[in-house]
Each structure stands twice: as C-alpha cells, then as structure tokens.
Ligand binder design. Structure first.
Ligand SMILES: C[S@@+](CC[C@H](N)C(=O)[O-])C[C@H]1O[C@@H](n2cnc3c(N)ncnc32)[C@H](O)[C@@H]1O
Length: 178
C-alpha cells in the first residue's frame, strides 16, 4: 500500500460503433470526478485520443491506457475491486467501508461494463455495488460512486498543466487560455 492511494477505472467491453460515446464519457467522467486513470478494452483504442486531448487542454494528471486482457487486469490487481452493477449491494450501505479502506491507503479498481458482464467479474470483486437496483448507465453509476467515495471533495479539485480554464459564469461562457 502507498500513502496516496490510486483509483483506476476499468471499462469492460466496447462495441465499436455503438459504444463510442459511452466509452469516451466513462473516461471523461473518471477524469472529471477524481479517478487517476482509465483502462479501456483494446477495441476502444481510438477513444484514448479523445480523452487525452481533454486532459491536454483542461489539465490533469489523468492517464488513459488500453488493454487486450481486461481479465488479466482483474486477476493481477493487487488491491480492492469495486464492480458497479445493478445487482449489487446498495452504494449507501457499503460506501463507508470502501471509503475507509481507500483512506487507509488501499488502491481501488472500479469496474464498469458495457454489455452483459461475465460472472467471474462478480466473483473477482470485493464489492458488487449498485447505484439503485434499477438499470441505467455506466456513466451515471461511475459519477455517483465517485462522488459518494470522495464525499463531494472532488468537485473542488485543482488541475495541473491546463492550457485552458473555464471561468464560471452565471450566464454565458468564458474560457481563459493559460
Ligand atoms: C447498460 S448496463 C449493462 C447492464 C447489464 N444488464 C448487466 O449485465 O450488467 C452497462 C453498465 O452500467 C452499469 N450500471 C447500470 N445500471 C447500474 C446500477 N443500477 N448500479 C450500478 N451500475 C450500473 C454497470 O457497470 C453495467 O455493466
């Protein structure tokens, strides 16, 4: 374990054509809401550039990787695994336990699916976590989970090496080039 634990997001499955935007949005949501890196299935390799371009423009740190062997990532992950699934335990019942281990320095791998997720993922997970037991989306469940984990602190994150900064406005849009 390390002092500053890592959060990686593993996006399982990617149906070329159908999942392009969702896979991109998983990466952008992971970045915006406090994860350190996202691992994409190899079929999603071209999504990598889109996410990296956002990081180059709006800051980091945030890493994007691709993997041919997501099952191997799961098997070799040294710390805790959170699988987000509508079939899991309610996030409000397990978030304290997960946060406690994270704050003690335990890295987390947060796994989200695209289509049907294989049973061995449920078995590999330390926690199968539901954001409601209703079907919705990997982007929504990832956002709610990260916000619960960080208790909202991720909203005040400082970004490094940004080329552009959005200046909040009650109306209109303002971006400052750095
Ligand atoms: C379109 S859903 C696929 C649902 C599919 N029936 C399954 O076997 O999981 C894609 C992903 O969204 C996430 N997801 C959907 N609903 C969720 C919920 N209520 N709680 C947590 N994650 C959810 C899961 O990660 C899921 O793999």
């Amino acid at each position: 374990m390390q002092d500053s634990p890592e959060i990686a997001v593993l996006r399982l499955g990617h149906r070329p054509g159908r999942d392009e935007r969702m896979t991109t949005h998983v990466g952008l949501t992971a970045r915006a809401l406090g994860a350190d890196r996202v691992l994409l299935a190899q079929g999603a390799a071209d999504r990598r550039t889109t996410i990296e371009n956002v990081t180059d423009g709006f800051g980091g740190p945030f890493e994007v990787e691709t993997t041919d062997e997501p099952n191997r990532v799961l098997c070799e992950w040294q710390a805790r695994i959170v699988h987000l699934t509508m079939y899991g335990l309610p996030v409000q019942e397990v978030e304290t336990e997960i946060r406690s281990q994270f704050e003690d320095g335990m890295d987390l791998l947060v796994v989200v699916g695209a289509e049907k997720v294989q049973w061995d993922v449920y078995e590999a997970a330390d926690w199968n976590v539901a954001v409601t037991n209703q079907p919705h989306s990997e982007v929504a469940s990832l956002a709610v989970f990260l916000d619960r984990l960080f208790e909202g602190d991720e909203l005040d994150r400082e970004w490094e090496d940004a080329d552009r900064v959005v200046v909040p406005q009650a109306e209109g849009k303002r971006i400052e080039e750095q």
